[in-house]
Structure formats: structure tokens, C-alpha cells
Design a protein around this ligand. Structure first.
Ligand code: PMP
Length: 455
């Protein structure tokens, strides 16, 4: 990975910032911000005008769906529904399935879910369905508190012939654990649950917010029913998240939002409505047009940065995204992230009084490390790191259940997380800063000290 060429694409690198909060959101490359601005000269709504500008925006917007589908190996754009973020994408599945749940069914999730993939299922089972007179259980699979690995035996024991849906994160944003999606798919297949769409197995929803940004993903090989992720964790600005769903599920399902553009042109009557073709059935109302176009270009730029950082091949073009290129690029990103994470783990393990959460082996993890320092408040640790020029995050990272499961009071930890523009040298400086905080040294840096790199 030519990290020094890659860093030239990012403004943050000019300011000496050590950005180690990439599991929350990544930094946007200059090209994407420029693209955002440059779309102003063609600014128009999509599917809603006869101007050249509207036609051009519509073409770019529709192409964006193709790019997103190609990037994750979906058959085509009919398997893609775009929302504001992963959270909204997961909620859309919850609403789509509201009418399908039968009395006595259950939903299985895990104790390591982000609240985005816990609270919707909690609310469905404990608040929404009871009010509709239906009883559906919410079952939670444990993880091993020592290793941070999902307890697959417990998960298997929870899945039965009444399990309509299993919702699982592909990678924990706190423990870092990568979950074995293939094995979980097998458990879903064995349940025999009769779905209204004909399949006899539990459906599988994968929260891939921490997977898609740093791994080669092929939704057909993973054999998932639903997969959700956010583009702000993979170079794009905020505002767009994707749901992949098997097209026949989107075809049979009920949309989350109803209104304009999601209906077939002219096919609305007082007592009858015909929905638009996929994926537009799931695009009610004026969409985040600029965000969608820029998000798709973020995927193209990510391929370029990983493969040919000085020479754009995919960015700004309509060039088809071939699977081998995606595989090569994303495997490079994964290798880079893994080596940074391994280096961080090795360095941090030597820090006095540190407790590191999750698997010890970087190959079992996504590119983040969460920890606590004995006797230190994690928020104070992150603030001390900030004063030392390291941008980390402390809190429960919305993985509240997992913090409770580890008995953390308050439910909080400090987390550093990496992406393709981080360097081994930065990791060493992060480790040194954590060691200094642990030793009580960096904490003495005055709050108004100039930020490192500031003129
Ligand atoms: N799931 C996981 C595993 C995450 O890490 C995050 C973001 N922290 C989300 C879901 C939610 O993503 P968003 O805020 O984009 O909805």
C-alpha cells in the first residue's frame, strides 16, 4: 500500500492530525469534496424534470446504484435500497417485516450488536408487536467475555423452527471481533422456518457497517438476505447508507416510506396504487442525490487509492467495476488495516495497567482496538490523547450491551481505529501516547497547549 501517496488525497494529513476514530467515520478525500461542489453546475432533482441538467443528474444518480451493487457483488441495482445510514437501513427491514411476524416467532440477535441492530429488534418484540397483539421473542446470543468471540453453541441453541430472522454484526465496533457469517448462515438454513416468500430457513440480516469499508464483500457468496452499511465509514461524506436485500424480498416486501417517485408513473387511484420498479419502489421522496452520487464515487476512489493511488482508473468514470479489481483492492485495504491493528495490539499490550477487549489475534478482528487503563476514566483518557494529538473515541460506542456483559461500570472504553491512510509511525505514536497517559505523563499537558502540527 502506497500510504504516502494515499495521504496526499486527504486534507487532515496537512494538519498533523492523527485520526484514529475511523470506526466512527472516515475522512473525505479532496476529490470527493470537490466533486460535491462541482455538481452545482448540473444541480437538479432526479426523475422530476425534462431539463438536460435533470437528465444528467438522473443518469449519475442511477449509475450510483449500479456502482454500489457492483462493489458488493449484488446481481444488479434491484437489490439496493438507499437510506440515510446503517441505522435507517436496518429499521427499514424491521418495518418491512412487521406484517410477516406470526405469534410465537422469535428474532435472534447478539450481545455484541451496535444499538442500531439491537434497539429496533428490542422495540419490535417488546413494544411494537405487543401493541398489535402479537407475541414475538427477542433472543440474545452471548459472547465469551475472555476472548470476545461469539458463542456459536449458544447461538445455535437459540435458533429454532420459529426463528424468522437472525440479525448479527459482521464485525463488532467495540470488541473488534469478526463473526463467521458462513457458519451463522448454516445455522439459519437448518432452522427450516417457512418464510412467506417460499424459503424454508431463517432470514439473515448482517450489519456490515464495520465490514464493507475494509474487506472484500460479495453478498452472493455470503448468501445473506439483508446487509446494511454506511458510506461515511468508507471515505464518503455523511448522509447515505445502503441496504442490500435479495431482490425478491424487496419485490415482495413493503416499503418503509410511501410517497412520490416510489409509485409507477400515473398509476395512483383512490383505491389502488402500483409501485414503481425496483429499486425506485424504495426511493420515496426527493433523495439525497448529491450524497448518493458522491458515495458511489467514494467506492470508485477507494479502489483507485488501494490499487493505483496516483492514477485514477475508476474515479469519475462510468467504467464497470470488475470483481477481481474489487477483490484485489479490498484485500489490500484489509491487509493494511490488519497490519496496523496487529502493531497497535502488540504495542498496547505492553502498556502498564491496560485491559484490551476482544480477540488477541489481529486476523480475527476488524481494524480497531478498545481498551481501558486501570483506575482511569476512559473519557479522560481520550481527552488526554486528544491533547497529545491523537483523535480517539471513548464511551460505549453504541455497543452498550457488550460493555454491560463485560461488567464495565461505567459502560465505557477508549477506542482507536484505523483506515488505509494511517501509518505504522502513527500507530507507534498512538501507543506511546497511551503509555504516557497510563504513566500519568501526557495528562499533565496543559489543555490550552497548541495542537501538534499547528503553526
Ligand atoms: N453498526 C455498527 C457495527 C457500527 O459500527 C455503526 C456505526 N458506529 C452502526 C451500525 C451505525 O451506523 P450509522 O451511524 O451510520 O447508522
Amino acid at each position: 500500500m502506497d500510504v504516502h501517496s494515499i495521504r496526499r488525497h486527504f486534507a487532515f494529513a496537512d494538519f498533523g492530525r492523527i485520526v484514529a476514530n475511523n470506526a466512527a467515520s472516515t475522512q473525505p478525500p479532496r476529490e470527493l469534496l470537490a466533486l460535491y461542489r462541482s455538481l452545482a453546475d448540473r444541480y437538479e432533482n432526479v426523475h422530476r424534470g425534462q431539463s438536460d441538467a435533470s437528465r444528467e443528474m438522473t443518469a449519475l444518480f442511477e449509475d450510483a446504484y449500479d456502482t454500489i451493487a457492483d462493489f458488493i457483488g449484488a446481481p444488479d441495482r434491484t437489490g439496493i435500497a438507499l437510506y440515510r445510514n446503517t441505522t435507517e437501513a436496518i429499521n427499514s427491514v424491521m418495518y418491512a417485516l412487521l406484517t410477516e411476524f406470526r405469534d410465537g416467532d422469535n428474532v435472534v440477535t447478539t450481545m455484541m450488536e451496535h444499538n442500531s441492530n439491537h434497539v429496533p429488534w428490542y422495540a419490535l418484540c417488546r413494544e411494537v408487536l405487543p401493541r398489535l397483539g402479537r407475541s414475538v421473542q427477542h433472543r440474545l446470543a452471548r459472547f465469551d467475555p475472555r476472548t470476545g468471540e461469539l458463542d456459536l453453541d449458544h447461538l445455535a441453541a437459540l435458533i429454532d423452527s420459529r426463528t424468522k430472522l437472525v440479525c448479527c454484526t459482521a464485525a463488532s465496533n467495540f470488541l473488534g471481533t469478526r463473526n463467521p457469517i458462513g457458519t451463522i448462515r448454516g445455522l439459519c438454513d437448518a432452522s427450516g422456518y417457512p418464510q412467506p416468500t417460499g424459503e424454508r430457513r431463517s432470514r439473515l440480516l448482517v450489519d456490515a457497517a464495520q465490514l464493507v469499508p475494509g474487506a472484500y464483500v460479495d453478498v452472493r457468496a455470503l448468501d445473506v438476505d439483508y446487509l446494511a452499511f454506511s458510506f461515511h465509514k468508507m471515505l464518503a461524506p455523511f448522509g447515505v447508507g445502503a441496504l442490500y436485500a435479495r431482490p425478491h424480498l424487496l419485490a415482495a416486501g413493503l416499503p418503509f416510506l410511501y410517497g412520490g417517485d416510489m409509485i409507477a408513473e400515473g398509476r395512483v387511484f383512490p383505491d389502488r396504487v402500483e409501485y414503481n420498479a425496483l429499486p425506485w419502489k424504495y426511493a420515496a421522496g426527493s433523495p439525497n442525490i448529491l450524497g448518493t452520487i458522491v458515495s458511489a464515487q467514494a467506492l470508485r476512489l477507494l479502489l483507485d487509492l488501494a490499487l493505483t493511488p496516483g492514477r485514477p482508473m475508476y474515479f469519475g468514470t462510468g467504467r464497470a467495476i470488475e470483481r477481481p479489481a474489487v477483490r484485489a483492492a479490498m484485500n489490500r485495504v484489509a491487509d493494511w488495516n490488519r497490519s496496523l491493528t496487529g502493531r497497535a495490539l502488540a504495542g498496547l499490550e505492553a502498556v502498564d495497567g491496560i485491559t484490551i477487549y476482544g480477540p488477541r489475534d489481529a486476523a480475527r478482528r476488524t481494524s480497531l482496538v478498545a481498551f481501558n487503563l486501570a483506575g482511569r476514566d476512559p473519557i479522560g483518557v481520550a481527552e488526554a490523547l486528544n491533547r497529545a494529538g491523537v483523535e480517539a473515541r471513548a464511551g460505549c460506542h453504541c455497543a452498550t450491551l457488550a460493555h454491560h456483559a463485560l461488567g464495565l461500570v461505567p459502560p465505557a472504553s477508549c477506542r482507536v481505529s484505523f483506515y488505509l491512510y494511517n501509518t505504522p509511525d502513527e500507530v507507534d505514536r498512538i501507543v506511546a501516547a497511551v503509555a504516557a497517559v497510563a504513566a500519568g505523563r501526557a495528562a499533565s499537558v496543559p489543555a490550552d497547549a497548541p495542537a501538534p502540527g499547528a503553526a
